[in-house]
Design a binder for this molecule. Structure first.
Ligand code: MSP
Length: 510
């Protein structure tokens, strides 16, 4: 049943260049968007950049450029990185755009009008890297609990406060009545624990800087960067300007976030939406960190040199765009932390792409060339692989629906293995041309067709090339599931092309 799927990544700070940690979330969001388009869902995929706030303003100052110039340059780098990685975003939002200023002012004015934003004074420990106040009890040796060893600063400001404390019960009701709203379950429990402790009101404006969206009712104040940033998810679908478009997409959203920004997305953001008279988000999917030598991969924590070493582009020479995407989808489970290692990336690439998929394609195209004059035969309707294929389609779909890309690809690769096993058992390369050889090769071509469809969210360009090499017109994504995944879709009688390996093996002895 086609539905509606709105997926978002966090919007990335423009004080930093894109690195593979950002790419991780973005590639997963992209694959999910592609999967949902494949099943025929109306899909909207949003990413973008977070351009205001103290951290961004300070880093621009250190570089001797204006915050706007820095934002322009780095937003362009994010966009270029995503274009290079074949990220099929529908919109790239920048928080310095006029449309976003309008949405922020409209949404927060609605909360103000409802009486949930009031003037007050706040004093407390503040981490500039997080752009967040902490409780004294949360500090670790006087330092930020997230940025290990980074001292906090004391801030005291008379600010406008969002009365978050009034939303404790409504937040609990939301999380308790919709147990899937925050995933995985461990993260849901973390949020429940935090909300049950009771919630402090939060300061949502600043007078100490002017790099932000002005507060319409309080000259000299700008909105605190997080309250500006979160609203991007509403801006991009027309909040405040295109009411019909907004209600088409909201609240059918799936937010993908790293675990360090869970409070913003699972407590402050839903409460703010409720206060503005809107529904909380449909789903928040929280993932762990990509670690390098046990440390989070992020410039503010890590040495810049090591991080710049792994800008996405650095890995593309070795793995190609699809090889890069595959690694982050297949090797890193969505949810827990995962260690990034070049060696593991090579091992997985060689095993799954160069060997399993690459072998199947090269064997089939070579033997069709030799035994069938280069014309691909049709699959057998009663093939032993038909039932396997149906199971694989079901398992792949279930895993993508559950936001488990690694399991989805594992399920799809079962079909590749079974296709290779069929060939190894039948050895068509040793047999005389005839109906038996045609049957086996037809089945293997059908496996390739199905794999090209099912793996298209992960490998968009190589699966198009598989289609072309087995003689099919168009692209694996031209038709939607489930029809396109029914056994027997390969028509036979098509010219099949041998070609260079799609995923040349990476030598590990060099
Ligand atoms: N600007 C805020 C988000 C605002 S959303 C309304 C922000 N930006 S960020 O540039 O720091 O990006 C953080 C996000 O990047 C993480 O939540 C995660 O999605 C991704 N990652 C950054 N480093 C990462 C790892 N080392 N591992 C996994 N994801 C990483 O926070």
């Amino acid at each position: 049943m086609p539905g509606r799927f709105y997926v978002t990544t966090p919007i990335y700070y423009v004080n930093d260049a894109p690195h593979i940690g950002h790419a991780y979330t973005t590639v997963i969001a992209d694959a999910l968007a592609r999967w949902h388009r494949l099943v025929g869902d109306d899909t909207f995929f949003l990413t973008g950049t977070d351009e205001h706030g103290l951290k961004v303003a300070q880093s621009a100052e250190e570089r001797g450029v204006s915050p706007q110039a820095q934002a322009n340059a780095n937003a362009a780098r994010f966009r270029a990185a995503w274009d290079e990685l074949d990220i099929s975003y529908d919109d790239f939002i920048r928080t310095t755009e006029p449309r976003h200023h309008t949405a922020v002012q409209t949404l927060l004015s609605a909360v103000h009008d409802n009486g949930d934003i009031e003037l007050d004074t706040y004093e407390g420990p503040y981490c500039v890297s997080c752009e967040a106040y902490y409780q004294e009890s949360e500090l670790v040796d006087g330092c930020c609990p997230i940025h290990t060893g980074k001292p906090v600063v004391r801030l005291a400001e008379e600010n406008w406060f969002f009365r978050l404390s009034r939303y404790q019960q409504r937040l609990l009701d939301w999380i308790e009545t919709d147990p899937a709203a925050i995933q995985p379950e461990g993260k849901r429990n973390e949020v429940l624990g935090f909300v049950r402790q009771g919630l402090d009101d939060v300061s949502i404006t600043r007078t100490s800087l002017d790099w932000g969206v002005p507060v319409p009712w309080a000259p000299g104040h700008v909105f605190y960067v997080w309250y500006d940033a979160l609203i991007n998810y509403a801006t991009a679908i027309g909040y405040g300007t295109e009411p019909e478009r907004f209600t088409t997409w909201w609240p059918h959203v799936h937010h993908l976030i790293g675990k360090e920004i869970i409070r913003f997305h699972c407590v402050y953001w839903p409460a703010m939406l409720m206060a503005a008279g809107l529904d909380p988000p449909h789903r928040v999917h929280v993932h762990g960190w990509l670690l390098l030598g046990g440390e989070k991969l992020s410039k503010t924590v890590h040495g810049a040199a090591r991080l710049t070493d792994i800008a996405p582009a650095r890995l593309l020479d070795d793995f190609g765009v699809d090889g890069f995407r595959f690694h982050f989808l297949r090797d890193q489970s969505f949810g827990p932390d995962g260690e990034f290692s070049y060696e593991a990336m090579v091992a997985r690439y060689n095993a799954d792409l160069a060997n399993n998929l690459g072998n199947l394609l090269s064997r089939v195209t070579t033997v069709v060339d030799r035994k069938c004059d280069g014309i691909g035969p049709a699959p057998r309707p009663d093939s032993p692989l038909a039932a396997v294929a149906a199971e694989v389609v079901a398992a792949t779909s279930a895993a993508w629906d559950a936001v488990a890309p690694s399991q989805a690809l594992e399920a799809t690769w079962r079909l590749i293995r079974e296709g290779n096993a069929l060939l190894e058992a039948a050895e068509p390369w040793k047999a005389e041309p005839g109906p038996d050889v045609d049957g086996v090769l037809g089945d293997a071509l059908e496996v390739l067709r199905l794999v090209a469809v099912l793996a298209s969210p992960a490998l968009p360009s190589t699966t198009r090339e598989v289609f072309r090499r087995i003689g099919l017109d168009g692209s694996p994504t031209d038709r939607v599931l489930p029809e396109v995944a029914a056994w027997g879709g390969y028509p036979g009688g098509r010219p099949v092309e041998k070609g260079a390996p799609l995923f040349p093996r990476i030598r590990t002895d060099a």
